[in-house]
Design a protein around this ligand. Sequence first.
Ligand code: NAD
Ligand code: ZN
Length: 357
Amino acid sequence: MSQNIPKVQKVAVVPKAGGTIEIKNDWPVTQQKDLKPGECLIKMEASGCCHTDLHAALDDWPLKAKTPLIGGHEGVGTIVAIGDHTDNSPVKLGERVGIKWLADSCLNCEDCRKGREQNCDHAKLSGFTVDGTFAEYVVSFVRHVTPIPEGFDSNAAASILCAGVTVYRAIKYSRTEQGDFIVIPGAGGGLGHLAVQYARARGLRVIAIDTGDHKKKLVQSLGAETWIDFKESKDIVADVKKATGGKGAHSAVVTSASSGGYTQALEYLRAGATLMAVGLPGEATLNASIFFTVFRSISIIGSYVGNRQDAREALELAARGVVKVHFETRDLKELKNTYDGMSNGKVAGRIVFDLTK
Ligand code: NAD
Ligand code: ZN
């Protein structure tokens, strides 16, 4: 069960924790005979670059990634080999599939059975605990790869596999109803610009927080009703309250990679509102008044990527054009520059690497 598979490939690898990225052209490709049951080999077409990849490369999280590490977890490609003795594979050779952060989970534990596959004790994480999508060939797992809807461009689909599914799920569980106000700090970034669109698709009124004219134009073009520049605003809480007729927003989905986006969120939410914590600064803590969290019936929910079903739902909306990834395509050797741009807040939307070159 395999096609012509080369012995070596191009990858972007971080040799040790916090080390510099190296592009290698002679990295071994796992051959069909070496795949374990349940594993498949995917010839990659495209991979998005998520801020999580930057956290992993910088080693700035309390969790440690494998080393050496091939990052990347927003990938699309075609299955070119499946391990022998793989029973009941839901995908087949030649099928185009997506690789998400959650590469695999056991599907048998309480977390998996309850649909929180991402919390499985046996979870394997692409570009973190197993090598990821910044490569021409990737080993993944048949039961967790996501079929890509026919006709949906691979470069456009890639970022739905992390950014898309993550914000899709966060909004799904934000306890909001049509016509409610939702604040999105980080709205101009990879996750944020998709959150604006998934929120609009649910009939929510979006208050976008980020900085710079480029991101302002982007989020306004995607349907954000109110724009707040966090570097220019003198009082973000007052600005949100004003935009919501004085009472504050029904929810906030915080997608900034630094703690800044969380700082005022609890103050600009109305009573009964829900804070969806999505952005993952490694060291920060959330400083919530216990008294007012109780008194104002505020819910604080951590929302971590999504399960197989969330991925399918998020992709379906994007394939139908309801949500569009705003992306620029680059060569994999631009990974370091891309990380630099991301660190400086210069990337609006997503950078997607074309892995067919
Ligand atoms: P990104 O760099 O593309 O976007 C982050 C955006 O936040 C930028 O546009 C930046 O200008 C903006 N920002 C910075 N400070 C801000 C502030 N004080 N207020 C408002 N906006 C601010 O990053 P991304 O790829 O969208 O990822 C964002 C974060 O989400 C990262 O920490 C990443 O690790 C995390 N993430 C979490 C999950 C999850 O499952 N919860 C999944 C994927 C990514
Ligand atoms: Zn990601």
